[in-house]
Design a protein around this ligand. Structure first.
Ligand code: ZN
Length: 326
């Protein structure tokens, strides 16, 4: 079957901490008042992106992966490895941590762990994220949290549009109020909540915490993480690599004019942040506007983008350490 670029319909998630920016900026139609998340490329059971163009219109990525594995990689992937979503935090999100593959495999029914990263699209003045902690060791972390000394314990970092943060598994983190970002992560939904500001949830009760498991997986070795400043390249390649870890590579593409590219043995996920242009392939083309989410199949061959486009492009690095299967 001839590969073609796949367009997705996002899955929108209503959240108590959500806002109106996803609707306002990206124009996704929805009756929800507060949208917290839009899953723009996903095959997770909690929100699968459906293909909306071509012969696979109406299908999920999992169905396509079973039918045409060569569209995804030059090896057989067991499941779609990434999840890309927009998050609009109109309130502080809970302080959390995610396990690595090994811990999740043992304790969460063979699930994947979760490394994630954030590209900040918009932020209100003074907006901050939480990234890391100040505890010298495990017992000090437990002590400070029991005493509710969260300001002392947690590391706060300002977050402005264009900033990028990588959050390996084991890193204590939280998105702060007033931040709209694009998250690229391993395809996993396993979160251990450490602290939720003692808030009462929609059901009239506090949300569950998972303190014991969190303590099992928190990294007590690493020193606080320095966010990587983003620099605009005036000449040369329009591509900037934001992160390349064991699981994924994330790039920022700033195209002004035309740019030729070809996937290299693995699919590319392109999310258009802003601008306007056209994706040209074989004998077809697709209009690119902000909020468009596309997968370019691994076996697509040469493509070209023409126009003025700011996009976040991600792909899987499908050789996890220790030889475990994806
Ligand atoms: Zn997280």
């Amino acid at each position: 079957m001839k590969p073609y670029p796949l367009l997705f319909k996002p899955t929108l998630k209503q959240r108590i901490w959500g806002g109106s920016k996803i609707k306002e900026i990206f124009g996704y139609p929805s009756s929800y008042e507060y949208i917290g998340e839009a899953w723009v490329a996903s095959d997770h059971p909690e929100g699968k992106s459906l293909i909306i163009n071509g012969e696979f219109s109406g299908e999920s990525l999992g169905v396509l992966l079973a039918k045409c594995p060569e569209w995804f990689a030059n090896i057989n992937l067991k499941k779609f490895p990434l999840l890309v979503k927009l998050l609009d935090a109109n309130d502080n999100l809970s302080i959390q941590v995610h396990p690595d593959d090994e811990y999740a495999m043992r304790n969460e029914n063979g699930e994947s762990g979760k490394a994630e990263c954030w590209y900040v699209i918009d932020s209100e003045p003074g907006a901050e994220i939480i990234l890391g902690h100040n505890a010298r060791n495990r017992s000090q972390f437990i002590q400070l949290s029991k005493e509710n000394k969260w300001d002392e314990l947690l590391v706060r970092v300002p977050a402005r549009a264009g900033d990028f943060f990588f959050i390996p598994s084991g890193t204590v983190h939280a998105i702060g109020k007033g931040i709209l970002l694009l998250e690229v992560q391993q395809n996993s939904d396993i979160t251990y909540r450490i602290y939720d500001y003692d808030r009462i949830g929609l059901g009239g009760q506090k949300r569950d915490l998972h303190f014991e498991k969190a303590i099992d997986v928190i990294d007590f070795q690493s020193t606080s993480y320095e966010p990587k400043p983003y620099t605009v390249e005036e000449t040369g390649s329009p591509k900037t690599t934001l992160v390349a870890c064991d699981y994924f590579t994330v790039e920022k593409w700033l195209i002004n004019g035309s740019y030729d590219f070809k996937p290299f043995n693995v699919f590319l996920l392109i999310f258009v942040i802003s601008g306007k242009g056209e994706l040209i392939y074989n004998n077809g083309s697709i209009l690119l506007t902000k909020g468009i989410s596309i997968m370019i199949p691994a076996n697509m061959g040469k493509c070209q983008i023409v126009g003025k486009i700011e996009a976040i492009v991600s792909y899987s690095n499908y050789s996890p350490p220790h030889g475990s299967e994806i």
